[in-house]
Design a protein around this ligand. Structure first.
Ligand SMILES: NC(=O)c1ccc[n+]([C@@H]2O[C@H](COP(=O)([O-])OP(=O)(O)OC[C@H]3O[C@@H](n4cnc5c(N)ncnc54)[C@H](O)[C@@H]3O)[C@@H](O)[C@H]2O)c1
Length: 386
């Protein structure tokens, strides 16, 4: 009989839904000692909406004040799915109450905040994880496996695009419900913390630490109406960010992100080019990993030239990461499964004593890179990551 793992989720928006879904599904597909129980949800939406959300997703109860949720003795785990500016306060309270905690990305508004959060969870000795769920797309996890197997060899280039187009219209307001991403006070930064944080986490996971960056950011629409005040106010977030990076392994990185790439919705790609081979992934085509094999890792010899070429791996075989838990080869899974994998790995980490990654300490690194990008964009100079 699985042990109940009592969960309280804060936030019932986009991520509140993906996390609720993941806790509900995980025990059906992964054999774990713990079985999540959705004890309570808390959010700022009107109470009838909160109640309807709780009913839809099978929560036993709801709370209108997150402090009550955090204090509840019948809850083991706090899951934070709220805007970035709230993360620190919620994490500090959850850790002080001895709860384990998953926090959405970016971990914090700044590295200084993230340091406090790391100290709090480490002092409390509670399990912790930042939800960088793209690591857990099977094709991305497979990319890491191919790197570990030596199939890429000495890396030269790491190339990222993370492109969207939803803020091009100048009449999109800033601030308030769902549009808090455009408000510096709630988001901390624009595409840097929102989109590039994902790319940086994946990049460091696949290609090791970033040592230094030089960045340029742009805010294309300088003023927007703020939903809370009704006034036209300056926009202070970065609408677009380009940065160059040097990795500790000597390879060079180029990263580009924007919410002004007409036609691009969640175009999140990376390409890694090494001496022995290359990898390419695109989140809008998530069941594929493209692999170019130049050297055979078993023999160290060149693959016969007449059969070299990019290989599109359909990542649905039972040998592929996570896939034997799902359907039969050829049947795809999607976006929501990355959150199920996150919860499965997190619980497995608690059960085995080897914590799942990225924990808060790892999330702090990503935050330091984000801070360095913003600092470099302001100074125009290369900035080292401490
Ligand atoms: N992992 C991913 O791929 C991914 C995707 C989207 C968003 N996110 C992150 O998830 C977080 C939430 O984003 P979202 O898109 O779900 O936002 P959202 O606007 O859809 O939902 C935010 C929720 O937080 C609640 N909330 C805000 N302040 C609160 C408070 N003080 N107390 C209780 N509830 C509060 C709101 O009522 C709302 O229910 C952000 O940090 C964001 O960066 C991550």
């Amino acid at each position: 009989m699985a042990k109940p793992f009592n969960v309280g989720i804060i936030g019932m928006g986009f991520m509140g839904r993906t996390h609720s879904n993941a806790y509900r599904k995980v025990s059906n597909f992964f054999q774990l000692e713990h079985k999540p129980v959705l004890k309570a949800v808390c959010a700022l939406e009107p109470e009838e909406k909160l109640k309807a959300f709780a009913d839809t997703w099978g929560f036993e109860s709801y709370e209108t004040d997150w402090r009550k949720l955090v204090e509840r003795k019948d809850i083991d785990q706090i899951d934070i799915c709220t805007p970035n500016a709230t993360h620190k306060e919620l994490v500090l309270a959850a850790a002080a109450a001895g709860k384990s905690v998953i926090c959405e990305k970016p971990l914090a508004m700044s590295a200084a905040e993230a340091e406090e959060m790391v100290a709090a969870v480490e002092k409390a000795g509670v399990a912790n994880l930042v939800c960088f769920n793209y690591r857990r797309v099977p094709a991305v996890t497979l990319a890491r496996q191919l790197v570990d197997e030596g199939r890429i060899g000495r890396p030269f280039h790491y190339r990222v695009n993370y492109l969207q187009d939803w803020t091009i219209a100048s009449d999109v307001p800033q601030g308030g419900a769902t549009l808090w991403r455009l408000d510096i006070k709630t988001a901390g930064s624009g595409v840097t913390g929102d989109l590039l944080a994902h790319s940086i986490d994946t990049a460091e996971w696949l290609n090791g630490p970033i040592q230094s960056v030089v960045a340029k950011t742009e805010t294309f629409i300088k003023e927007r109406m703020h939903q809370d005040t009704g006034k036209v106010e300056p926009v202070k977030i970065d609408d677009a960010c380009m940065f160059l990076a040097m990795f500790a392994n000597g390879s060079m990185g180029t990263f580009e992100s924007t919410r002004y790439a007409r036609g691009r919705k969640n175009y999140n790609t990376f390409e890694l080019n090494g001496e022995a081979g290359s990898l390419y992934f695109n989140l809008e085509d998530p069941q594929y990993l493209d692999y170019f094999r130049y050297l055979d890792p078993a023999t160290g010899k060149k693959v016969d030239s007449h059969v070299t070429g990019w290989q599109r791996i359909h990542v649905t075989n039972s040998e592929h990461p996570y896939m034997k838990k799902w359907w039969v080869p050829g049947c795809t899974i999607g976006y929501e499964h990355t959150f199920v994998h996150t919860i499965a790995d997190y619980l497995h980490g608690i059960e085995t004593g080897t914590p799942a990654q990225p924990d808060f300490r790892s999330g702090l690194r990503t935050q330091k890179v984000c801070d360095a990008i913003i600092a470099s964009a302001a100074s125009g100079k290369w900035v080292d990551i401490p």
